[in-house]
Design a protein around this ligand. Structure first.
Ligand code: GLY
Length: 365
């Protein structure tokens, strides 16, 4: 079963192809885009072992492979400079389409490099983590991390195509699967109560990599994200901001745990969503049973849904201090994505940070 989801952005429109075994059909799928040019694949050391030979075999002929270190520190000035220099050494042209084979780090770095090399060339996302498949490979936000914080230098640069092959997830550790799953559930919580119900009954199959459940979950997620991105490409309206559900709380939890392996980004988003619903309920914005249901689902599949489960040590005041560095801060106000119910998230600009600090301290029980 192959699904195709279009991201409708006029001249910048592109298709997301989703199907088990698609990597093995890369020559047919990507051939017209690559033309007669030797493909340039950028990946990391982990993915190079697990998936690069498969992609190179499928593309046939010769391809260049640029292999960067695995891990978040690769999203940096240092590796941006190294990558762009290597691309220029290879004679990259504006009409070329770089192939980003990897998770969010590779996708963000290659996308940013593609947006600046020779003032912009094309790129194709071939995501290899569940989180990259359902979130970071779609939408065109690209960035590196700098001294002042994560994702603070970047651009909007849409890919020319996204090719998602869920079969590559067979080698992804279970914990990474769960972290990616948090971003899937997010789409139900944002605006689709039926999809949240589907998640409640199919999460175990998705996490067990059942091909049908996995493809359905990925296709539904990217369709939702594609619609939101098409409606609000540059996050100038409130639609795209909804994708940040769980992220303002989550970012503070990641900062508290040192952006380390203690708490993966998707895990922080899971706990962040539970806290966003918890605060919405505690402040009378949504019914208490909605928050209980969200937390119960996340906990049932082994995702953290509280400060202690996320290994967070800081006080409410400490966590709010991290939130003050959020790049969504505007005019001294931090917009929060809160909820009136499951599938009824909205942007709230009336939240007092002192109230959030009190809620966080109180949530420790
Ligand atoms: N590249 C991720 C996004 O645009 O949301």
């Amino acid at each position: 079963m192959t699904s195709i989801v279009n991201v409708g952005l006029g001249a910048r429109s592109y298709d997301i192809h989703i199907g088990n075994g698609l990597i093995d059909q890369s020559a047919q799928l990507l051939g017209a885009m690559l033309g007669s040019r030797r493909p340039i694949i950028i990946t990391d050391t982990h993915v190079a072992q697990a998936q690069l030979p498969r992609l190179q075999r499928a593309l046939g002929g010769d391809s260049h492979a640029l292999i960067l270190p695995a891990g978040e520190t690769t999203k940096s000035w240092q590796y941006l400079e190294q990558l762009t220099d290597e691309l220029l050494d290879l004679g990259v042209e504006r009409g070329d389409k770089l192939i980003a084979l990897g998770g969010g780090v590779i996708g963000d770095l290659v996308g940013f490099a593609a947006s600046i090399v020779k003032r912009g060339c094309g790129f194709i996302q071939v995501p290899t983590s569940l989180l990259a498949m359902v979130d970071s490979s779609v939408g065109g936000k690209t960035a590196i991390n700098v001294r002042a914080g994560k994702n603070l230098i970047g651009s909007f640069h849409q890919p020319a195509m996204v090719m998602i092959d869920p079969s590559v997830l067979d080698t992804l550790p279970d914990r990474q699967m769960r972290a990616g799953y948090a971003e899937i559930v997010k789409y139900g919580l944002i605006n689709d109560a039926h999809f949240f119900e589907w998640c409640e009954s199919h999460a175990k199959q998705v996490l067990a990599r059942n091909p049908e459940a996995l493809t359905t979950a990925i296709a539904h997620s990217v369709r939702t994200k594609a619609d939101i991105v098409a409606a609000d490409e540059r996050e100038t309206k409130d639609q795209r901001a909804l994708l940040n559900l769980g992220h303002t709380f989550g970012h503070a939890l990641e900062a508290d745990t040192g952006f380390s392996e203690t708490l993966f980004h998707g895990e922080a988003v899971a706990a962040g969503m539970a806290l966003a619903f918890g605060y919405s309920a505690a402040s009378g914005r949504c019914a208490a049973d909605a928050a209980v249901r969200v937390r119960a689902h996340l906990e049932a599949i082994g995702l953290p849904a509280s400060l202690s489960a996320a290994h967070v040590k800081g006080t409410g005041t400490d966590l709010v201090a991290h939130m003050l560095h959020d790049k969504k801060m505007a005019g001294g106000t931090l917009p929060f994505i809160l909820a009136q119910g499951i599938g009824q998230s909205y942007v709230d600009r009336t939240v007092q940070l002192a109230e959030i600090a009190k809620f966080l301290d109180g949530s420790r029980g």
